[in-house]
Design a protein around this ligand. Structure first.
Ligand code: ATP
Length: 324
């Protein structure tokens, strides 16, 4: 059974009359990579800060490993590593000295300190530049040093605020590979907030899309895509060998009687079907049972970018019509 490590129950955070987060119900499973997505001001940082116990909810309950992060602040903070969107290091000190300093602040026992610092520098791929001043590090190297810093107390949960911001494509890839490695090797639960949707899509098990403090959608990319397909219609293109003889007219009649809600369009050697629900496996099985020599199936699983755009678009038009 999957173990819940973080739980929000009807949580709201208000500033005066403004809801930064509203009625949030959310469960994060131990060992998953969860993406917090949303435009500026959506409530992502507030949500992360409530997990960290830095902000107290106005209403509702939060549990992190069975405790309230606000009331059991010290205990909960011990279990969470946090990488802020802007990280500061002592620029004149080496990466190793910066990390040792943080280790002492976190009360890492002195007999373990050197070893832990070395292991972490190795883990984040900075061993060979450990004695260079942090001020000479690139943004990508600083992010990796930031991760090492967040891991110094050996937390079970890692929270990262916009970690890929300002990184070049290679830096992004290296950082995300590292996050995945931490998750897979150590079973670490990772919460990552990002605007870089195409990247998040690659590594997150599930994502939550926030708009104006409300969690609008939650699930794996596949689940979100399917949910939205219900609203948008789901399209599937089936192609067959161009030399095959297919009686498209006869098949069209049969297909419509079997899948009543479908809209079909037949080309020379392809069929495009739009249905209100996700029926690709059934459609493919049916076409195959009718003797269609299928060469290729293209299912329009939406990218996270499209899903996100859709929610964001709806929200923008809602705000516009309210303003009018
Ligand atoms: P960004 O991507 O820009 O960091 P976000 O999704 O992290 O945005 P939050 O920082 O959580 O959003 O802010 C949510 C809302 O709450 C915003 O409208 C913000 O202006 C408001 N807010 C946050 N902190 C405070 C505060 N201390 N006082 C008043 N309003 C606040």
């Amino acid at each position: 059974m999957q173990e819940t490590i973080i739980e929000f129950q009807s949580v709201s955070k208000r500033y005066g009359n403004h809801h930064a987060v509203q009625d949030l119900d959310l469960q994060i499973t131990k060992g998953e990579i969860f993406g917090l997505l949303g435009p500026n001001g959506a409530g992502k940082t507030t949500t992360m800060f409530m997990i960290l116990g830095l902000i107290e909810p106005t209403q509702g309950q939060i549990n992190v490993m069975g405790r309230s992060p606000y009331r059991s602040a010290i205990h909960v903070k011990r279990e969470i590593g946090y990488l802020a969107d802007t990280i500061g290091f002592y620029e004149q000190m080496s990466a190793k000295d910066n990390l040792s300093f943080i280790a002492r602040l976190n009360q890492v026992p002195s007999q373990h300190l050197d070893r832990r610092v070395e292991d972490l520098l190795d883990l984040v791929g900075l061993s060979n530049v450990a004695n260079k001043k942090a001020g000479t590090y690139s943004r990508g190297m600083k992010q990796r040093l930031g991760i090492a810093q967040a891991l110094i107390k050996r937390p079970q949960i890692l929270i990262m605020d916009e970690p890929t911001l300002g990184l070049d494509p290679r830096g992004v890839e290296e950082l995300l590979n590292l996050v995945q490695q931490l998750n897979q090797q150590y079973g670490m639960t990772v919460i990552i907030s990002s605007h870089q949707l195409d990247q998040v899509q690659k590594i997150c098990d599930r994502v939550g899309i926030f708009v104006h403090g409300k969690l609008q959608a939650i699930g794996s990319i596949k689940e979100l895509s399917e949910q939205l397909s219900l609203q948008l219609g789901h399209n599937c293109i089936i192609k067959w060998h161009k030399e095959a003889t297919v009686d498209t007219e006869a098949l069209d009649g049969l297909l419509r009687s079997r899948f009543a809600s479908s809209q079909t369009s037949w080309e020379q050697n392809s069929l495009s079907i739009t249905t209100t629900e996700y029926l690709t496996p059934q459609l493919v099985a049916w076409c195959s049972s009718q003797g269609l020599p299928i060469m290729q199936v293209q299912s329009n699983e939406l990218t996270l970018q499209e899903i996100y755009g859709k929610y964001f678009e709806n929200e923008k038009s809602r705000t516009k019509s309210t303003a009018v």
